[in-house]
Design a protein around this ligand. Structure first.
Ligand code: SAM
Length: 335
């Protein structure tokens, strides 16, 4: 790499939040939704969003320079393939992810040095309470969080279904299943299967509509509770995607032990996470690990770290099934 190219690469990394915060602003204002019926000027968009037309023009011009929106000769802005994903109503929408990342996450990242110095979550310092206690008190943010999870993890369900055969499982329990989009897709692929969605009360309340809309109310039970207290008994598969990474080892062990206590003898524990590889290779999970440090107080783990956690909770890691993405399915049985 030439010296100039190195400078450019580093500059882009250092100023990366310029583009992410600009996307956050456009996503929060719902600009992409307003452009579905056709291109509009900054004045028209400003009137619809109660913003300053000059400032909004500058925001959209900057975003158009990186392929999000496009300005035509009449100074009207339209959608581009990237901007399409900032609409609220498209499959794989990233709007909620942009809104969440630019809001609470960005504020927590602003205090990253606090976390690096203390090992504690900067989210708690900024918001004065843990992330999963903050959400129920802010229903609008909690809804954005559920949708952001679908935005960031939604594609993973397809990859999991491609890589793992659930056909022997009569009942699947999705622990911390969020808005139900994951269990809905699994149940749709396996019409004989029954599902249970388990999550905190405020999440289950919102998930109900999703399960109903998917036409799965008769095949999917919704159970509210906390996995630190107990999880439902009797399923064939105890499925947890992006749950254990939210917690430190002590809390993760509590969750795993609750699963162990509830699981029938021959059932399977399926933990779906990114496994941190050895060495210097690029791997998104290494940055997601920082999100875990700053926000919920969890961590991404290596395979040996997972193996050791499972062992302490009474499980044996039998198989690791990789998917097309960074995600792996860690299949465990009771020892
Ligand atoms: C990172 S999200 C993952 C959501 C979903 N499994 C996915 O892959 O998109 C973590 C989930 O754990 C749930 N959760 C957090 N604390 C919980 C608790 N004490 N008991 C049950 N669920 C909890 C959250 O409400 C959220 O839905």
């Amino acid at each position: 790499m030439t010296e100039t190219a190195s400078h450019q690469q580093l500059d882009q990394m250092i100023t990366g939040y310029w583009s992410s915060q600009a996307i956050y602003a456009a996503a929060s204002l719902g600009i992409a939704d307003l452009l579905v019926s056709g291109p509009q000027t900054a004045e028209q968009l400003a009137a619809a969003t109660d913003t300053n037309a000059g400032a909004l023009y500058r925001l959209l011009r900057a975003l158009a320079s990186v392929g999000i929106f496009i300005e035509n000769e009449q100074q009207k802005f339209g959608l581009t393939p990237l901007a399409e994903f900032l609409r609220s109503d498209v499959p794989g929408s990233k709007r909620a992810l942009a809104m969440m990342t630019g809001d609470e996450h960005f504020q927590a990242w602003g205090e990253i040095l606090y976390s690096i110095r203390t090992g504690k979550t900067s989210f708690d310092k900024v918001f004065e309470k843990p992330f999963f206690e903050y959400l129920p008190e802010h229903p609008d943010k909690a809804q954005v969080f559920d949708q952001a999870m679908t935005g960031i993890h939604g594609r993973e369900t397809g990859e999991i279904l491609e890589s793992y055969d659930f056909s022997e499982m009569k009942t699947l329990l999705d622990i911390g299943g969020g808005n139900g989009s994951n269990i809905s897709s699994i149940l749709q692929k396996y019409p004989e299967m029954k599902g249970i969605l388990f999550d905190l009360p405020h999440v289950v309340e919102r998930a109900q509509a999703h399960i109903k809309q998917a036409g799965l109310s008769d095949r999917c039970d919704l159970i509210e509770g906390s996995f630190f207290a107990s999880v439902p008994e009797g399923a064939d598969a105890y499925f947890m995607r992006h749950i254990i990474h939210d917690w430190d080892d002590e809390k993760s062990l509590t969750i795993l032990r609750q699963c162990h206590a509830a699981m029938p003898k021959n059932s399977k524990l399926l933990v779906v996470e990114s496994i941190i590889p050895e060495g210097n290779e690029q791997f998104a999970g290494k940055f997601l690990d920082l999100v875990m440090l700053l926000i919920p107080g969890g961590k991404e783990r290596t395979v040996e770290e997972y193996r050791s956690l499972f062992k302490q909770a009474g499980f044996e890691l039998e198989r690791i099934i990789s998917t097309e993405s960074e995600l792996s399915i860690l299949e465990c049985v009771k020892c």
